[in-house]
Ligand binder design. Structure first.
Ligand SMILES: [Zn+2]
Length: 476
């Protein structure tokens, strides 16, 4: 069934209102970028400033948001809009307001200035994920205004047209695993996050492929397991080299660990490739067919032949459990042979790979070095997967199609982890759905944590009413 754009909830508001809402959205995004809510915070404080800023926007609309600060300076903000209670469990608008640190030297525009230039808002967090914070806040604001226009109190009365409650949660500490943010809320305030469905970062951003525009909606994310490996050698004098120099052993261990593992096709990636194949003309569809080849080696080779570097890196990561060395510590002086080295590795697991499986793989790759290594599991979270079908998923897809008749929604897995790992513990299906329509050729994946992070003004203009329609349709 095709959904007519004229029947969408956003259409009832009119072009003039959307032009104003876009201006507000951009202004609020710029305000947020100018709050340097870097994680790890040094000293703590700006995260709470960001939470307070968002809370102030909602308060100005008559809402009663709550800033929750489990540790000094690590504030998250939550709010609830009421439905009339006939529509089932709530819907959650999830986001995080913290950002990763930045080396400002390589930036075209200062990372916390929020300059507007060349059709973009520039700055740390423009993509990950203050644009979505601002979009979700704007949707809440528009709903609150709907209540006030009807003479109601948006903090207490049901919002006209809403049958479910809408939860808003914008958290601290996502970029360091969520301990003082979403994890704390899951453990102490689960009612702020428990929902029939949720939208979060990183999905529904357009990707152009063979002249078609796809919108990968994130239905799954890989797991992550971090290990600290102590490599034991023998201390000695640098004048007489030893084979069991811990640095030499660690270098060999790293070489073995970092080599790409066996590819394996999982359900979410098969669904992505099927969706891409169906949408492409026959010659280009060979691309997807080759990547979905029964033989994972041929599949992997196809990735290299047919994708540009950015997508090939992502696809390769989605076809296997990965190991990326992130830290190495060794040595005390140039003329002392080190007897100890410590390596930390970042493993990302496919659906079906347990922590035990990953540990076995690490030990297998270490091979004859394993007896010299202590492998300690530091932190981890399993992969999560939600259905690429059903009321919410289908509704997200046909809302995209209604706003972009040439748009092709497909399910996708994220190679990275999000706060969705934590909301999964509450049973809240959490989709990556932060709708943006980018210009063809936009290197969006490289903007995450990258230099010159920026988001397109027109991408935002398209995305806000899409998000509004998903909320109104699912909750109405
Ligand atoms: Zn993020």
């Amino acid at each position: 069934m095709t959904l007519s754009p004229d029947t969408l909830p956003s259409a009832a508001l009119g072009a003039e209102l959307w032009a104003g809402a876009h201006e507000e959205l951009v202004g609020r995004l710029r305000d947020l970028i100018r709050i340097p809510s870097i994680n790890p915070p040094d000293p703590p404080g700006p995260e709470t400033d960001a939470a307070e800023y968002v809370a102030s926007l909602l308060r100005a609309e008559g809402l009663e948001p709550e800033v929750i600060e489990p540790a000094p300076g690590r504030g998250s903000v939550v709010a609830r809009l009421r439905g009339d209670g006939t529509g089932g469990d709530p819907f959650l608008l999830l986001s995080h307001h913290d950002v990763v640190p930045v080396d400002a030297s390589g930036w075209t525009h200062p990372p916390f200035a929020a300059d507007i230039a060349d059709g973009y808002v520039w700055g740390r967090g423009a993509v990950d994920m203050k644009s979505m914070v601002a979009m979700e806040a704007m949707v809440v604001i528009l709903l609150a205004r709907r209540a006030r226009a009807a003479g109601l109190d948006p903090a207490r009365d049901p919002i006209p047209g809403l049958r479910r409650d809408v939860l808003f949660a914008c958290t601290a500490d996502e970029e360091a695993g969520g301990t003082d943010g979403v994890q704390w809320l899951v453990e102490h305030r689960p009612e702020t996050l428990r929902a029939a469905g949720a939208v979060n970062e990183a999905g529904a951003v357009s990707v152009d492929l063979a002249g078609r525009r796809f919108y990968p909606v994130m239905t799954a994310e890989k797991g992550r397991e971090t290990y600290r490996i102590s490599v034991h050698g023998t201390w000695g004098h640098g004048s007489m080299p030893r084979d069991d120099n811990a640095i030499t052993l660690a270098a060999e261990a790293i070489r073995r660990l970092a080599s790409p593992g066996e590819p394996r096709l999982t359900g979410p990636i098969r669904a992505l490739l099927d969706g891409v194949e169906r949408a492409l003309p026959a010659d280009a569809a060979a691309f997807a067919r080759a990547i979905a080849d029964e033989d994972p080696r041929r599949a992997d080779a196809a990735v290299g032949r047919m994708c540009d570097d950015m997508y090939a890196r992502a696809l390769r990561a989605l076809l296997r459990d990965t190991i990326s060395p992130g830290v190495i510590h060794a040595g005390i002086k140039y003329n002392v042979i080190p007897g100890e080295a410590v390596i930390e590795i970042d493993c990302r697991t496919l659906p079906g790979t347990t922590e035990g499986d990953m540990r076995e793989e690490v030990l297998a790759r270490l091979g004859d070095l394993a007896p010299r290594c202590d492998v300690v599991h530091v932190i981890g979270a399993p992969p999560v997967e939600w259905p690429a079908s059903g009321e919410l998923y289908d509704l997200m897809c046909d809302t995209i199609r209604a706003h972009d008749p040439d748009g092709i929604p497909v399910p996708v897995m994220a190679p990275f982890a999000t706060d969705g790992k934590w909301t999964a513990l509450l049973g809240t299906p959490t989709y990556g759905f932060s709708p943006l329509r980018n210009e063809p050729g936009e290197r969006f994946l490289e903007r995450f944590h990258g230099q010159d992070e920026r988001v397109g003004l027109e991408a935002l203009r398209w995305g806000l009413p899409v998000l509004y329609d998903v909320v109104c349709r699912y909750c109405g």
